[in-house]
Design a protein around this ligand. Structure first.
Ligand code: AGP
Length: 630
């Protein structure tokens, strides 16, 4: 494979599937309603009655799908349903799942991202397949068709299972799949690789789902599929095969869920904020997926939509955003300047839009927004356009206003963020900014091939490092329990640690209502040091790096004035323990990637302090998820 394409995948959508003795459409629709809280932009269901397949898909909400089904009901006791949250490819009826092959007999729903889909699509087109959507998902249906109908699998028997297995061998990327065929209307196939999928069991009725809430009304007996496993669901029972193709005894795998619906929506976490903090390894992985060439030497950002010659001429970058996204931009400044040596200015969007900024031909503006609906960020984009400048946005929501008004967009694949406090959106924005910095570095020639390869290798290890970081949660809880009664806090950092300090302080104030401020550590002696006493916890980002000694000196300054220091230090740094009151350890990573790990304990600290103070971290007072007014 020459290039790793950017693809219209969806990794955070909802899947439901059913086979049994009841009317499938009703069960599927109910399951989709129970997944609505996750956010989606289109939906669809398909059923098989006899050998007749019916499909209904809509762009919009489930209520609309319900209306369509009321007017034209569909029948059958087997079916698949899906809610799509587009990551690429506009939300539309054609792009909504389920998808079918050319013959219309194979039906599939998919969560995940097929990395080599463009290559497969080209091959399949040459073999005469006709595609109806822009999705990567549809190629899976056509690929199965290749083996299923051509007799490659077996001339006389229609063996969907074998065709699916053969097709899976060709697919690179992540998937959770529900598959059925009108030629074998008594079976539903489920398989996964990198995207969650569960099976629900209840006396002759079997379900598949991406999430527990979709099927909790029907059963609490669940099997969590593991990567590489494949299950065949029939009315007579479920067969589960391991990665090695061997049958697995079901009894060992069935888990009884004790969650209620409210808990199930949060996958057992008490709040969305905590769930989303824990989703970060997956979200970062998805943001990276498809953007690195298979040999790990190159970055692919086809969505930049500006050719490399134009990009080469960029000599100034302006990053504009609000809140947490603005903090991501501040770290982006360090990354792009250090790695690509392009001068960067970062400005709060509300300030930028009204100060008659200077935009020259060689300027590129980057707007960052999770929601894509922030009024001031939109205002800043319009200001750039009015001055004939170009805007690339980094955004999490396909089809949002920021995306529509930008010249190009690089999506974060964080998935819907429901907690008002931004967590996984921030770390995926940073991931994109790092990718962008390396991309520019290569274009500008500030990175040679070897340096770029090393930086990409560091990036690949990041999801694993993020997992390691989350393992420090218990230590964070201990500190939260000690400090939750304080009324003020100061966060200090140097270099890239400074915006992380700002973000840590923002998290604490917005969810726990404790007054917190972030400062560049050296700035402290110009004023804030007057606040230091034994009642002022000072959280210091003291990771190993070029300014480590200077940050130790700042810690001494605080300690000398009776301050209480909580340090964020690099794993293995024993020395710092003697100098501070508390330490939270961050796994070692490359310096440019360290902010992504360092912010996680600060998110957790804010969360646990909020919970101790009996604040609802998911819905802080006076705040809305997207700020659509000036
Ligand atoms: C952060 O926790 C807040 N929710 C807020 O600062 C947010 O980042 C800001 O309103 C910008 O939102 P956006 O990323 O959706 O544009």
């Amino acid at each position: 494979m020459g290039t790793a394409p950017i693809f219209p995948g969806e990794n955070v959508c909802g899947i439901i599937g059913y086979i049994g003795n009841e009317d499938a459409a009703e069960i599927l629709l109910d399951g989709l309603k129970r997944l609505e809280y996750r956010g989606y932009d289109s939906a669809g269901i398909a059923t098989i009655d006899g050998e007749h397949i019916s499909i209904k898909r809509i762009k919009g909400n489930i209520a609309l799908l319900e209306k369509v089904l009321e007017e034209k009901p569909i029948y059958g006791k087997i079916g698949l349903g899906h809610t799509r949250w587009a990551t690429h490819g506009q939300p539309s009826e054609e792009n909504a799942h389920p998808h079918r092959d050319c013959t219309g007999t194979i039906v599939i729903v998919h969560n995940g991202i097929i990395e080599n889909y463009l290559l497969l699509k080209e091959k399949l087109k040459k073999r005469g397949h006709r595609f109806k959507s822009e999705t990567d998902t549809e190629i899976i249906a056509h690929l199965i068709e290749e083996y299923y109908h051509s007799g490659v699998v077996h001339r006389s028997c229609d063996d969907l299972e074998k065709a699916v297995r053969r097709a899976l061998k060709k697919i690179e990327g992540s998937y959770a799949l529900g598959i059925m065929s009108s030629r074998e209307p008594d079976k539903l196939i489920a398989t996964r690789n990198g995207s969650p999928l569960i099976i629900g069991l209840k006396d002759g009725n079997y379900f598949i789902a991406s999430d527990v809430p979709a099927i909790l009304r029907h059963t609490k007996d669940i099997i969590y599929l593991e990567d590489g496993e494949l299950a065949i669901l029939a009315r007579t029972g479920v067969r589960l095969y391991g990665q090695n193709g061997k049958l697995i005894r079901l009894e060992r795998r069935i888990k009884r869920i004790s969650w209620d619906v409210n808990m199930a929506e949060k996958e057992g976490y008490p709040h969305f904020m905590l769930k989303e903090i824990h989703e970060q390894p997956r979200a970062i992985e998805d943001t990276i997926l498809g953007r690195i060439s298979p040999d790990g030497a190159d970055i692919h950002l086809e969505e930049m939509a500006l050719n490399k010659n134009k990009l080469k001429k960029i000599n100034r970058i302006i990053i504009t955003a609000c809140g947490t996204s603005w903090h991501a931009g501040l770290i982006g400044e360090y990354l792009i300047e250090e790695i690509a040596r392009i001068p960067v200015e970062v400005e709060n969007a509300a300030e930028f839009r009204y100060r008659n900024p200077i935009i020259t031909d060689d300027t590129l503006a980057i707007a960052i927004s999770q929601s894509g609906e922030t009024a001031d960020t939109l205002g800043a984009i319009r200001e750039v356009h009015q001055k004939k400048g170009r805007v690339i946005s980094i955004c999490n929501v396909v089809g949002s206003s920021v995306v529509r008004e930008s010249d190009a967009v690089i999506y974060t694949h964080a998935g819907p963020e429901i907690g008002v406090a931004s967590t996984k959106a921030f770390t995926t924005q940073l991931t994109v900014l790092y990718i962008l910095a390396v991309y520019f570095g290569k274009i500008k020639g500030t990175l040679n091939a070897e340096q770029a390869k090393k930086m990409i290798a560091d990036l690949r290890r990041l999801p694993q490092k993020t997992e390691e970081m989350l393992k420090q949660e218990k230590e964070v809880i201990k500190i939260a329990n000690k400090f939750y009664r304080h009324r003020n806090a100061i966060y200090l950092g140097r270099g890239k640690g400074y915006p992380v300090a700002l973000e840590g302080a923002l998290k604490l104030k917005e969810v726990s209502y404790i007054h917190a401020e972030g400062y560049p550590a050296a700035e402290m002696k110009h004023g804030p040091i007057a606040l230091i006493d034994k009642n002022m916890p000072v959280i210091v980002l003291a990771l190993k790096g070029s300014r480590y000694d200077k940050i130790l000196a700042n810690i001494e300054e605080v300690k000398a004035r009776g301050g209480v220091v909580i340090a964020l230090a690099t794993m293995g740094d024993r020395k710092i323990k003697e100098k501070v009151d508390e330490v939270l350890y961050v796994p070692e990573t490359s310096i440019p990637l360290s902010p992504i790990l360092a912010v996680i304990p600060l998110q957790l600290l804010a969360y646990y302090i909020a919970v101790k103070r009996k604040c609802n971290p998911d819905q802080p007072r006076h705040l809305a998820k997207s700020v659509t007014v000036e």
